[in-house]
Design a protein around this ligand. Structure first.
Ligand code: SF4
Length: 376
């Protein structure tokens, strides 16, 4: 086969003595523990669970079992470093002294392409790479619990399935046309439209499944707000998230004022109205969604653009749980007045704040459009 390793990962707290013995007795030649901080408080922050002591206990047991059973296998430990834990490298060697044959460090990254917040909130300060290289399609076998061959072991929605091993052999899947196509896409950096594109280029881009018939929706995978809540709870330095919904059909100084105010509060995520959302309360937009997005992408106050699919902001607010929502005072009357109160009520649920910069007098997309019509 053309792979160099097969790996199983699980949090060290799940590696109970019974499981350890079962895995080791099955003849594996190495066991890897993923321990992403060398002390309890940071460990709990990263893993979301206070089981550092349990992991230590299991690691000690594995060493003891190796000595007593005389079995010959390696014990590895990996530490994924974030900007909050990158200073702890030396501590790993003290804390795990004599418990692992090798300790390997990796910088945190948006593996699986689902977690853009990792790039802006957790990424190590020394990590300046723009494009990530990925080895997985070339040397790692990842099999899902359904028995599908995937390019990625964190493929939470089966977006990167390349073969159904219930129907074809592992060898056929690994050398199959789909897998070859994926490798070609990687080599030629033509990943647009796949989950890997966002992961490799540190961005959030729309992704389609490689084999739609195997894709599944998983509403529990969006972790942005959970990551931010954990950072806040741990009292660590934190960048606030600011949500700014807008149609931005004709970008004018009023929009820029709002975006500038938003940028002074934190990281700006623009909820750009879809064409359908605009049509639901205003005339047809002059520019389509992609054109408006292209214009906004070049505005220095904008960090990220997501689609605002309805004129009601509730879904995106619940999804992102921003610290601030910024909206011009013009929504106090007119067609958006009815969604204003529900947005304010929703924001207060998690201690968020609605900021309403004064409406910039004399400018509005509607007025510009009327002017254009008059001069036509
Ligand atoms: S590039 Fe694709 S396969 Fe590689 S880690 Fe990212 S999502 Fe996974």
């Amino acid at each position: 086969m053309g792979y160099t390793y097969v790996y199983l990962t699980s949090n060290g707290s799940l590696a109970t003595p019974e499981r350890i013995r079962a895995v080791v007795d099955a003849g594996v030649d190495s066991v890897k523990f993923s321990v992403n901080a060398p002390e309890r408080k940071l460990y709990e922050f990263i893993h979301g669970r206070d089981d550092f002591d349990q992991v230590m206990e299991h690691l000690k047991y594995l060493n003891q079992y190796r000595r007593e059973s005389g079995r010959d296998f390696k014990i590895y430990l990996t530490g994924i470093l974030t900007r909050y834990t990158e200073h702890t490298k030396d501590d790993y060697f003290k804390v795990f002294d004599g418990l692992a044959d090798q300790i390997v460090f990796k910088d945190v990254y948006n593996q699986g392409g689902y977690m853009p917040e990792i790039d802006w909130q957790l990424k190590c300060t020394h990590d300046k790479e723009q494009t990530r290289r990925c080895n997985l399609p070339f040397d790692a076998l990842c099999v899902t619990c359904e028995g599908y061959l995937s390019v990625e072991n964190a493929d939470f929605e089966n977006m990167l399935i390349v073969a159904d091993l219930n129907k074809v052999s592992l060898k056929e899947g690994w050398y199959g046309e789909k897998m070859k196509e994926v490798r070609r896409m990687f080599l030629e950096d033509c990943l647009e439209g796949t989950l890997c594109h966002g992961c490799v280029h540190h961005c959030q881009s729309p992704a389609r499944p490689l084999m739609p018939e195997y894709a599944t929706e998983n509403p529990d995978i969006f972790l942005d707000r959970q990551v931010r809540e954990r950072i806040k709870a741990a009292g660590l330095p934190y960048t606030k998230l600011v949500y700014v919904p807008m149609a931005a059909d004709i970008l004018h100084p009023g929009h820029i004022n709002i975006l500038k105010t938003a940028a002074s509060l934190g990281r700006v995520v623009v909820g750009l109205f879809s064409d359908e959302a605009i049509r639901s309360y205003k005339p047809e937009p002059y520019m389509d969604y992609e054109q408006r997005k292209t214009v906004l992408e070049s505005v220095k106050y904008v960090d990220e653009i997501v689609c605002q699919e309805t004129k009601d902001y509730s879904d995106n607010l619940r999804r992102y749980r921003p610290d601030y929502m910024v909206h011009g005072t013009d929504w106090r009357t007119g067609p958006l007045a009815e969604v204003r109160q529900s947005a304010i009520d929703l924001m207060t649920q998690w201690g968020g704040e609605v900021v309403e910069p004064d409406y910039t007098q004399g400018v509005s997309s509607t007025k510009f459009k009327q002017k254009v019509k008059q001069t036509e």
